[in-house]
Design a protein around this ligand. Structure first.
Ligand SMILES: Cc1cc2nc3c(=O)[nH]c(=O)nc-3n(C[C@H](O)[C@H](O)[C@H](O)COP(=O)(O)OP(=O)(O)OC[C@H]3O[C@@H](n4cnc5c(N)ncnc54)[C@H](O)[C@@H]3O)c2cc1C
Ligand SMILES: *[C@@H]1O[C@H](CO)[C@@H](O)[C@H](O)[C@H]1NC(C)=O
Ligand SMILES: *[C@@H]1O[C@H](CO)[C@@H](O)[C@H](O)[C@H]1NC(C)=O
Length: 191
């Protein structure tokens, strides 16, 4: 029953009730449609929020995005193109008082559609140190690391991780050496 809808420059994502958790992307504003939630901006945070809201049965969501749907265009697909989109039509290129520009994705997916695709986290101790800066009565808001109630909990709720498959693992082996002095490894998680 979930109905997410995004309107993109307008582009819109709309899901039909009988499709379950389905969505539609359209540039045509829906007439006389009502939604439980309207999310402005179909970028990283907006789409994560809209997807989570629309995961609730019977909840309909409209996401309005200023850019277009460029998900299949080379500019958003290829990391080899990274940097090539900056200053172009998919970049807001906000002007600053100093004459520099600030980049930001103006397309469905927002800045995640034009970014470097590195998905990183800080260290647990850094988030806990950040949390300690809050007033004591504010610390329950969960800016620390905790898997139960802190930022790790929310990071995990926002992402779907695809572990390297057999082909990728073989390619990693093929493109790295095991006989050199500089050691590389994926770190095991320690509680
Ligand atoms: C060039 C570049 C490289 C980066 N590289 C990395 C990286 O490698 N790793 C990393 O972790 N982070 C990287 N980042 C940062 C990361 O991509 C952003 O921090 C993140 O995507 C921001 O998410 P957001 O939801 O706050 O904003 P965005 O994802 O930018 O979403 C905002 C959305 O709102 C839309 N919008 C704005 N105004 C309106 C309006 N009035 N009406 C409707 N829609 C509107 C925009 O078009 C956009 O789609 C990079 C950012 C850039 C710009
Ligand atoms: C983005 O998508 C729009 C609409 O399909 C298209 O006109 C435009 O050329 C695309 N931009 C890029 C850089 O691919
Ligand atoms: C990668 O190399 C390691 C070490 O030589 C080996 O144990 C492992 O089976 C290899 N994995 C793949 C997918 O080739």
């Amino acid at each position: 029953m979930a109905r997410p809808l995004a309107l993109c420059a307008a582009l819109a994502l709309l899901a039909l009730p009988h499709l379950g958790h389905a969505s539609i992307v359209t540039s045509t504003p829906p007439n006389h449609a009502h939604f439980d939630f309207v999310v402005i901006g179909g970028g990283t945070a907006g789409l994560a929020l809209a997807a989570r809201l629309s995961g609730h049965p019977g909840i309909s969501v409209l996401t309005i995005e200023a850019g277009r749907d460029n998900r299949t265009d080379a500019a958003t697909q290829s990391l080899l193109e990274f940097g090539g989109v900056l200053g172009g039509p998919l970049d807001w290129s906000w002007a600053t008082a100093e004459g520099r520009t600030i980049d930001g994705g103006k397309t469905l997916g927002g800045s995640s559609s034009i970014n470097g695709a590195a998905w990183t986290r800080g260290q647990d101790a850094q988030y806990d140190a950040w949390n300690a800066l809050l007033e004591p009565e504010e610390r329950a808001v969960g800016w620390g690391w905790s898997e139960d109630s802190g930022l790790l909990h929310y990071m995990q709720k926002s992402e779907t991780f695809h572990a390297p498959d057999a082909l990728q693992r073989a390619q990693l082996n093929a493109s790295h050496s095991v006989a050199t002095p500089v050691f590389l490894a994926l770190k095991s998680r320690q509680k």
